[in-house]
Write a protein that binds this ligand. Structure first.
Ligand SMILES: Cc1cc2nc3c(=O)[nH]c(=O)nc-3n(C[C@H](O)[C@H](O)[C@H](O)COP(=O)(O)O)c2cc1C
Length: 372
């Protein structure tokens, strides 16, 4: 039944809704979408309909990770729900877990517009949001007013401004953590060390700098899982160096990874990329192979110590399944949902269950890392 409803919705999204949405500049859509999602998420008739029409659950896909029950592997990656408003709606649609933010201690209105652009042929989004954020306190109040059944996590960054010293920057992370440390509405945290469009020149990709940040976070004695959101524009050796630092702290896992800034990427149509300034980052298909490569590197180097979350260019069940076979335990996406529509969440999970069956596996955990 879900297959038929999903096929019809898929046709409807690609034939009608997407052309309509894609005719409007993305800067005008994002916040309105989040506000609409919050309202719809509070209407049981709507969430009930989404659950019945599109939500695919399967015990073969459920996992417990660092004490969190994640009903299906795919989650919402940071950046889509930077206002923290839509977890009840994505829960109804069948997402497994949902990250809000990146949130910062202080509010920030966003970089100078445009904030977003679409590279349709490259199946990518250009992002210049720069941690646009209502601030941690405002976000906490929104999260406390919602009651999704899935784990919701907060991605934390430093307020987007110039910092004279590393200590000032680290203090910003600590303040945001302190505000969001206790609420039951937050199940896990992401430390975003990899945003490509901030004002600060301090690089958290430097292992010594990362060590100082993680030591400050460690001193907060946070009991919930913490993931590090990794850059994708790094070499294998650099990745291993960062993993060696991360392993020295009480960190649950890593998310691989964030946006790419590099334009010499075979997945990017040059004529499209030329329309956007170089300071933004690119999502979607251009990040796919970068993420796949580093997932394998991370699994081989630190797969026993760290949970790996695959993120970057997931559009289909095959993309999701491949990342898990390379070493990811969980997954996240943004761009695939924007290009594919909300019904794609259920389609990917249904497809993953079919792939498991095809390959003779009884549970998704059996495939993690088998191609690494
Ligand atoms: C519109 C948009 C905003 C984003 N903002 C953030 C952010 O605030 N923090 C973050 O860690 N990643 C952010 N990202 C990166 C995504 O979380 C993800 O790592 C990246 O887009 C690759 O996944 P995808 O190909 O599924 O989109 C953003 C991505 C998009 C498309």
């Amino acid at each position: 039944m879900i297959r038929v409803v999903s096929d019809v919705s898929d046709w409807g999204y690609h034939a009608v809704i997407k052309p309509l949405l894609f005719s409007i500049h993305p800067d005008h859509i994002h916040e309105n979408f989040l506000n609409a999602g919050e309202v719809l998420g509070r209407v049981p008739l709507i969430t009930g309909f989404f659950r019945a029409a599109w939500n695919y659950q399967d015990p073969r896909l459920e996992q417990t990770v660092a004490g969190m029950t994640v009903p299906v592997p795919l989650g919402i990656a940071a950046g889509y729900d930077y206002l923290g408003k839509t977890s009840t709606i994505t829960d109804a649609l069948g997402i497994g877990w949902h990250t809000v933010g990146t949130i910062t201690a202080g509010a920030y209105g966003g970089n100078k517009p445009p904030l977003y652009g679409r590279l349709k042929k490259s199946k990518s989004l250009w992002v210049n949001k720069g941690f646009k954020s209502p601030g941690a306190q405002a976000l906490k109040e929104v999260l406390d007013s919602l009651a999704p059944q899935i784990p919701v996590g907060a991605s934390i960054g430093a307020t987007n401004k110039h910092y004279d010293t590393l200590e000032e920057l680290v203090a910003e992370y600590v303040t945001a953590f302190e505000i969001l440390k206790d609420p039951a509405s937050v199940s896990y945290y992401e430390v975003n060390i990899s945003c490509p469009n901030l004002h600060t020149k301090i690089s958290l990709y430097d292992p010594a700098v990362l060590r100082q940040l993680l030591a400050a976070i460690e001193s907060l004695k946070i009991k919930k899982p913490i993931f590090i959101k990794m850059p994708v524009d790094i070499t294998d050796d650099h990745c291993r160096e960062l993993l060696d630092v991360i392993r020295d702290f009480s960190i649950t896992g890593i998310i691989i990874g964030n946006l790419t800034k590099k334009r010499d990427n075979p997945r990017i149509w040059r004529t499209e990329a030329q329309q956007f300034p170089s300071h933004g980052g690119l999502s979607g298909k251009p990040t796919q192979a970068l993420s796949d490569r580093l997932i394998r590197v991370a699994y081989r180097h630190a797969g026993k110590d760290l949970v790996i979350v695959g993120c970057g260019g997931i559009f289909t069940a095959e993309d999701a399944y491949r990342k898990m076979r390379l070493g990811a335990t969980l997954l996240q996406f943004v761009t695939g949902m924007i290009y594919g529509g909300p019904q794609v969440i259920g389609r990917i999970h249904l497809g993953m269950a079919e792939l498991l069956e095809r390959d003779g596996f009884g549970h998704i955990s059996e495939v993690i890392g088998i191609d690494a």
